[in-house]
Ligand binder design. Structure first.
Ligand SMILES: Cc1ncc(COP(=O)(O)O)c(C=O)c1O
Length: 380
């Protein structure tokens, strides 16, 4: 089987893990954690990075650090992985779900501007959603498939309304927007995931990056049980969300090859794009001029006369090739059906037409040629 995406662990992963065992640093203390944080900050252009146990817990703790409270609303594009919405729920808040822009599959700044204007009112220093009476507490753009959202207008809107921005950049390490890396896009905090299916993995894990030491310090404090000293004093309800040295060991080995891994992902996407774009009914993943995607996943969209993603998936499987659907939007998920939301013409259309294709960074040219050959035969 040619799998969708598996990690490339051919660097120093095994020897760094061995070192953790030999040194006895298998938990949250140990040299790999701060080293991993430095490497992540450097690669993203952020001043600080805080290593966290997972992307989901990183989002949760960042929302709390930004002051999101039970009962609040947090702006979120409906087209995302459910972890983004769940983190909002873990903070006691509710997502305010927005449709995406057709050219990027990310939060649409025009739609957001329109709805903040027509559906909220200012009460003192707060922005209140008129229909629900809830405070709007933050904006969470999602960098879908590793492509940054159109951040300049989104950040300008956030400033205008006094709202903090937490970017869900889960799979966007290596991406750029207007030539800037993801740590320099104006978000107050951004989250990265290092789960096993990401371009750079630590097994499981995440990170929060940012430029404001008070905020990133608060994230670190909250994620470490809000402990104030070594006498078991804690000043808030904190979380046990720290990354372990074992995870960071794998993460460090991966970060040493981060540029190589990201460029392999980009090369794989570019070849699919050039080989498949002319086939009838085939569309490509978005590539707006203002951003450079990290190309976390590769794939295509399908419309008649092409077969459906499901039919094509079955055909691929018969040839030993894995293809998969992608995110089902949040407004169609049971826990979020009643969340306040916009109409969803773009998200409703896109999600049913996406098929992801094998794109491991170590996918061989001959395996990719096989995938392309099978697709060409099925689609032409
Ligand atoms: C957009 C998005 N947000 C959040 C997450 C959650 O990250 P984790 O699996 O590390 O908790 C993911 C993971 O795939 C993701 O794709």
């Amino acid at each position: 089987m040619i799998p969708l995406s598996t990690p490339d662990l051919s660097g120093n992963e095994a020897s760094y893990l061995q070192r953790c065992i030999e040194d006895g640093f298998v938990s949250t203390a140990g040299a790999f954690v701060p080293r991993f944080e430095e490497m992540v900050a450097l690669a993203t252009g952020a001043r600080q990075a805080v290593a966290i146990a997972s992307g989901t817990s990183a989002l949760h703790v960042a929302l709390v650090a930004l002051g999101v409270k039970p009962g609040d609303l947090v702006v979120l594009p409906s087209y995302t992985f459910i972890a983004s919405a769940n983190a909002i729920s873990h903070a006691g808040a509710t997502p305010w779900l927005f449709d995406i822009a057709a050219d990027s599959w990310t939060l649409d700044p025009k739609l957001l501007a329109e709805r903040l204007e027509s559906e909220t009112k200012r009460v003192g220093t707060e922005i209140v959603h008129r229909a629900s009476g809830r405070r709007v507490a933050a904006i969470m753009p999602v960098y879908a498939l590793g492509l940054p959202a159109d951040m300049d207008p989104l950040v300008a809107l956030a400033r205008q309304y006094g709202l903090p921005v937490l970017a869900d950049a889960a799979a966007a390490i290596g991406a750029a927007y207007m030539g800037r890396p993801i740590g320099r896009l104006g978000a107050d905090l951004s989250m990265l995931s290092f789960n096993g299916n990401k371009t750079v993995t630590s097994g499981g894990g995440g990170a929060i990056i940012g430029d404001n030491p008070e905020l990133t310090g608060l994230v670190k404090h909250l994620a470490s049980t809000a402990r104030t000293g070594d006498d078991y004093t804690h000043d808030r309800v904190g979380y046990n969300y720290r990354m372990t040295n074992i995870e960071a060991a794998v993460g460090c080995a991966q970060m040493e090859r981060f540029e190589q891994l990201v460029s392999a992902k980009k090369r794989i996407r570019a070849l699919y794009d050039s080989e498949l774009s002319a086939l009838p009914g085939v569309g490509l993943f978005p590539a707006p001029a203002w951003a450079e995607s990290a190309c976390w996943f590769s794939g295509i969209t399908l419309a008649p006369p092409a077969p459906s993603p499901d039919q094509l998936r079955r055909l691929l499987r018969e040839s030993g090739i894995e293809g998969r659907p992608f995110w089902k939007p949040m407004h169609l998920q049971d826990p979020y059906r009643d969340a306040p939301r916009t109409d969803m013409p773009v998200a409703d259309d896109i999600w049913k037409r996406v098929l992801t294709l094998p794109c491991s960074a170590h996918l061989t040219p001959s395996d990719q040629a096989k995938v392309i050959g099978v697709l060409k035969e099925a689609l032409s």
